[in-house]
Design a protein around this ligand. Structure first.
Ligand code: CP
Length: 305
């Protein structure tokens, strides 16, 4: 069980909740290995509303619902739905809640998740609201770190390269800030550093935060959490074009370091493909944990775990 009906923000998550989610995720992974599919949600219908593009989040929620034997209602984009005719998010949710027992939604507008959750009479999961938050990704990220590092505290983490516009970085940094003795460095183009109020919030939680234009992974980092520059969120395309290939992890930078490389993906320019075969390149494994993790969340929010 979770102490809330809807997951909108990583700020709702505490270390105790995360420990529970990790343990249910482990059980779901074991279920997948032993049985492939289980009957846990065979009396439920899950709505998946993806009004902004997605591969991993959409397909891993689909797979999670299938493995739990839930039925599904599905919108793969706003095209073809009445959002195109101008229907509001609120009215869309009022309809979809009548068709299903839980709603998962991705939408390009920051704050859309809160609007939807406040409207919905059934549990709601934020699958990404614009550049704001991506709490289920943050749970996958901490699951990965816990599994491969054995702890969520005392971590020296470098985030790059678009900390300003990345919902994944926003959610993960907020979540890791709740654990003691974590230190964050943000790197990338200076225009894409976190907003001052984000840094102030993280520092208020006791996190030492630094901004550096360049870093070496050998400088004691435990985790490098990198992602693409968020092209679709740039007001100034010239800024994107100027920086898109400037910030990049190459094999010579990663090889030999103990730093784990995470990326919420999709990978565009931020990691060379010849990094993929290194033992500390965890991003595809990280994405694979999305299925048991999202099975755990669906079951927990529906009171079945
Ligand atoms: N990590 C992530 O959200 O990927 P998608 O955009 O493909 O869902």
């Amino acid at each position: 069980m979770l102490p809330f009906d809807s997951l909108i923000s990583a700020q709702q998550l505490t270390p105790e909740i995360v420990a529970n989610v990790i343990s249910v995720t482990d059980a779901m992974a074991q279920n997948i290995e032993q049985s492939g599919r289980i009957d846990l949600l065979d009396d439920k219908v899950v709505s998946l509303l993806f009004f902004e593009p997605s591969s991993r989040t959409m397909m891993s929620f689909q797979s999670a619902a299938q493995r739990l034997k839930a039925g599904m209602v599905f919108a793969q984009s706003a095209a073809g739905t009445s959002l195109e005719k101008g229907e509001s998010i609120e009215d869309t949710i009022r309809m979809v809640e009548a068709y299903s027992d839980i709603i998962v939604m991705r939408h390009a507008m920051p704050g859309s998740a809160e609007i939807a959750a406040n409207t919905s009479k059934v549990p709601f999961i934020n699958a990404g609201d614009g550049g704001n938050e991506h709490p289920t990704q943050a749970l996958i990220d901490v699951y990965t770190i816990h599994k491969h590092k054995g702890r969520l505290d005392n971590l020296n983490v470098v985030f790059g390269y678009d900390s300003l516009q990345s919902r994944s970085i926003h959610s993960l940094s907020r979540l890791l800030a709740q654990y003691p003795n974590n230190r964050f460095t943000f790197t990338g183009p200076k225009e894409l550093n976190p907003r001052d109020e984000v840094l102030t919030d993280l520092r208020a939680l006791g996190v030492e935060c630094e901004i550096r234009s360049e870093v070496e992974l050998g400088d004691g980092f435990d985790i490098a959490y990198v992602n693409r520059l968020q092209q679709e969120r740039f007001a100034d395309q010239a800024l994107f074009d100027k920086n898109r290939r400037k910030y990049r992890l190459t094999r010579d930078k990663v090889e030999g370091s103990n730093c784990l490389i995470l990326d919420p993906l999709p990978r565009i320019d931020e990691i060379d493909t010849d990094v993929d075969s290194l033992p500390n390149a965890l991003y595809f494994k990280q994405a694979s944990y999305g299925v048991p993790l999202r099975m755990a969340l669906l079951a927990m929010l529906l009171g079945k775990a």
